[in-house]
Design a protein around this ligand. Structure first.
Ligand SMILES: Nc1ncnc2c1ncn2[C@@H]1O[C@H](COP(=O)(O)OP(=O)(O)O)[C@@H](O)[C@H]1O
Ligand SMILES: [Mg+2]
Length: 405
């Protein structure tokens, strides 16, 4: 059952309960006041007619005197009066009430409210008078007031219920303005991601250009220097010149290696053919060569060869940054890189056994921020921080919408 329906039912139940309680209080109140009124009126009538019955024989034949007395008296409030002669003939019956003539409250209501008083019979010479309490007018009055109050209560409850429902609807449903704002925010978010992607693409293009320039310009110049140094060494007999040319050749060779390393970093093989596994293995090889004192363990699981350029590059650049951080900040002796593909997502974890995060040594902070931006631009998430068992951990999760498992 929805929250709104549940609240609706609760409000309706509360309102109906309120109406029922109100009605019941009215019933109790009206019933006791009707009883009191009818009993009082009946007592007065019995008193009056009892006296009249005693005195009527003084004035002539008792029944006839009594009939004319009753005719003169007319209707007595809340009582029906009949006079029967001793042979059972009805000599007099009081006229019906003219008050709200022709109307009665429903039978069930009369039964609920009416007084249970029995008729009183007064004997007199030659006749008897029957005085029967009649609560029908008082009950009709109660019925009229109660229906008016009930209808008023019902109208009040209906208004209250509607107001409450409208309030709830507003509360539980975003308004149109909210919805529009939500749409705008979502659009802006998408646009931001698009901008991020464009920026990343721009940066990669710039890196490519730099790598090309370095390789073509600097690389070729260094090669030329080496060729010249070699030919100088060959063309000269002087030991100083040969040694000098040899040193130039060595330095140039070192420079050549450096240029190539920078080129590889700027434009890893990954850009030519985006295979994450191959690129990470390359990275591992390079690491072992250059940092033999820090052990790097690679755990790659699942097919990482067809992830697409954007995703492969995002993971590769993030891993590159995280591993650089291990060297820069961790002081670790061991690092582990685990990449797993499965359950429609790609997870990459880079952890080390170093000193963990050290708030005392705040860095430029651009590495992790850039990493997060790359990952978020692809709809993924990034967690970074010290591991409970020591060291530092970076965890990246990226959705693979094409993968369904
Ligand atoms: N592997 C790690 N071990 C310990 N601290 C780390 C590690 N990686 C990152 N940090 C901490 O997080 C900070 C932010 O890292 P980063 O955003 O890459 O900036 P930068 O490397 O330029 O300092 C670092 O300065 C460092 O304090
Ligand atoms: Mg860094």
């Amino acid at each position: 059952m929805s929250l709104r329906l549940r609240l609706n039912l609760l409000v309706a139940a509360l309102n109906l309960g309120f109406l029922a309680a109100l009605t019941w209080l009215l019933v109790i109140d009206y019933r006791s006041s009707i009883r009191e009124e009818i009993e009082a009126a009946h007592r007065v009538a019995v008193q009056l007619l009892g006296n009249a019955a005693q005195t009527s024989p003084v004035f002539g034949p008792a029944p006839a005197v009594m009939v004319s007395f009753l005719q003169a008296l007319g209707r007595v409030r809340a009582n029906n009066i009949r006079l029967y002669s001793n042979d059972g003939v009805l000599r007099y019956s009081s006229p019906p009430s003219t008050y709200k003539a022709g109307r009665r409250a429903p039978e069930w209501f009369e039964a609920l409210m009416g007084s249970q008083l029995k008729a009183t019979v007064i004997g007199m010479p030659g006749a008897r008078i029957e005085i029967a309490p009649d609560a029908s007018r008082a009950v009709l009055d109660a019925w009229d007031s109660m229906t008016a109050i009930f209808l008023l209560g019902l109208a009040f409850v209906a208004v209250l219920h509607t107001a409450l429902l409208l309030f709830l609807r507003r509360l539980l449903h975003p308004t149109e303005v909210d919805a529009r704002r939500l749409v705008t925010t979502t659009q802006e978010l998408a646009e931001n991601r698009e901008v991020m992607r464009l920026i990343e693409a721009g940066i990669e293009a710039e890196r490519k250009r730099l790598a090309r320039e370095l390789h073509d310009e600097l690389g070729q110049s260094v090669t030329a220097i080496r060729l010249i140094a070699t030919s100088i060494a060959r063309g000269s007999e002087a030991p100083g010149v040969v040694q000098g040319a040899g040193q130039v050749n060595e330095i140039a060779a070192g420079l050549y290696d450096s240029v190539h390393r920078i080129v590889r970093e700027l434009r890893p093989a990954i850009l030519e053919q985006p295979d994450l596994a191959a690129a990470l293995h390359d990275l591992g090889r390079e690491w072992r060569l250059r940092h033999p004192d820090v052990e790097l363990v690679l755990d790659l699981e699942g097919d990482l060869g067809d992830l697409g350029e954007a995703l492969t590059l995002a993971v590769f650049r993030s891993v590159q940054e995280a591993l650089t951080n291990v060297l820069k900040h961790a002081g670790a002796s061991r690092a582990r890189l685990a990449v797993t593909r499965g359950d429609g997502r790609l997870e990459a974890v880079i952890e080390d056994d170093g000193r963990g995060a050290s708030p005392a040594l705040p860095g430029s902070g651009h590495g992790l921020v850039g990493m997060r931006e790359r990952v978020v631009a692809l709809g993924g998430s990034l967690e970074t921080g010290p591991c409970p068992e020591g060291g530092f951990r970076v965890r990246i999760v990226l959705p693979l919408p094409g993968d369904s498992e």
